[in-house]
Design a protein around this ligand. Structure first.
Ligand code: PHE
Length: 369
């Protein structure tokens, strides 16, 4: 016998254990009733829905009915719209500005005012500019970043003589270390923290030599190295950066730059103040030569728009060879010095702990001079 909902009815009756099937008979399976009466819960639930009480159904019951397409569910959203506290049928504009007339007539009392918007952007001022030096400074920084250089920390104007001079193989009797050239500090007069084992290697290199050098052959004094000063060049920061680099094993090539203030105890004139900014670039890698230095200098100055360059042999206690950099000035119609450069001496690099086949090329220029 076939009924319209026979299949569903049969399986429901089975799962509710209302009927049982006996498959042992020879002429095919037979179905037997097991209970006397049944309760049609589906019908009862549908009657609930019909009576508008669908909310009485459990979620599971609803989904069962939904599956059998006996039920569809629709979500209705209802909004209640009512009058607000400032409801009015005539719209009046809020005042944005309090005027002298409103005050004298007293009309401000009855007028609605717009609240202040404190997060509104202010009108751009049509005055105020970046200082020309700051502009050039960001231009230089941009060039270094384009060339893959990383900025060194330079946040200490006060430096010990050790990092400013001794670490750079500048002897303690060097004239630059004189009161007339350098501002020394009275308080605190001495630097207390110095990396002592490295200090010992620096002392030995100055006084006895080493690393293939005969040194300066004088009595190197720790007291002299401890003297605090206003740094006279940013090469002090480069020395710190290279020492840090040397402590990282294995050695990895590095390109560093800095742009910051330095101080010199000099006679003031129109183009020389007691303080100015230095720009410094440092490259450390295996087997760098003077050729590499000339190459980076050309690239660096070309990016600045300076293409006519000349190099002149020079002297620095910490570089060998050293070169002054000149460029042709179209306006002045002459060659002007634009920088100083060189290959750092092994007497400076090896005590730091840098590998022997690593060389470091560097150059410095002034932002304003
Ligand atoms: N320290 C040098 C100066 O003050 C500039 C310089 C930097 C020279 C690096 C060589 C290498 O003029």
């Amino acid at each position: 016998m076939r009924l319209p909902s026979g299949k569903v009815g049969f399986s429901k009756a089975m799962s509710n254990k209302w009927i049982r099937v006996d498959k042992s008979a020879a002429d095919g399976p037979q179905v037997f009733r097991v209970v006397d009466s049944v309760e049609d819960v589906v019908q009862k639930r549908l009657q609930l829905v019909q009576a508008g009480q669908a909310e009485k159904l459990a979620e599971k019951e609803k989904s069962e009915l939904r599956k059998r397409k006996l039920l569809t569910e629709v979500t209705l959203k209802t909004y209640w719209v009512s009058k607000g506290s400032a409801f009015s049928t005539s719209v009046s504009k809020q005042e944005a500005e309090l005027s002298a007339e409103m005050i004298s007539s007293g009309s401000w009392r009855d007028r609605p005012f717009k609240p202040y918007n404190f997060s509104a952007r202010g009108v751009l001022l049509d005055c105020g500019h970046l200082h020309p030096l700051l502009k050039v400074r960001s231009q230089f920084r941009q060039i270094f970043l384009e060339m893959g250089f990383t900025e060194m920390p330079t946040d200490n104007f006060i430096e010990s003589s050790f990092w400013n001079f001794d670490a750079l193989f500048q002897p303690q009797q060097h004239p630059a270390r004189d009161q007339h050239d350098t501002f020394f500090l009275r308080d605190p007069a001495e630097a207390l923290q110095l990396p002592m084992d490295y200090v010992q290697r620096v002392k030995r290199t100055h006084s006895q030599g080493g690393y293939g050098s005969q040194g300066y052959k004088y009595t190197w004094k720790l007291d002299e190295a401890r003297k605090n000063l206003l740094r006279t060049h940013t090469t002090a920061a480069s020395a710190r950066a290279l020492y840090r680099l040397a402590q990282k094993k294995p050695f990895t090539p590095a390109k560093y730059f800095s742009i910051d203030r330095v101080f010199r105890n000099e006679t003031l004139d129109a183009t020389h103040l007691a303080e100015f900014h230095q720009i410094e670039g440092v490259v450390a890698d295996h087997g760098l030569t003077l050729g590499h230095l000339m190459g980076v200098l050309r690239e660096f100055f070309t990016k600045l728009g300076i293409t006519q360059l000349r190099f002149k042999p020079a002297y620095n206690p910490y570089t060998e060879p050293s070169m002054e950099v000149f460029s042709y000035h179209q306006g002045l119609k002459k060659w002007v010095e634009v920088g100083n450069s060189g290959v750092f001496r092994p007497e400076m690099l090896l005590p730091m702990g840098l590998p022997e086949n690593v060389s470091v090329i560097a150059w410095g220029l002034s932002l304003e001079r």
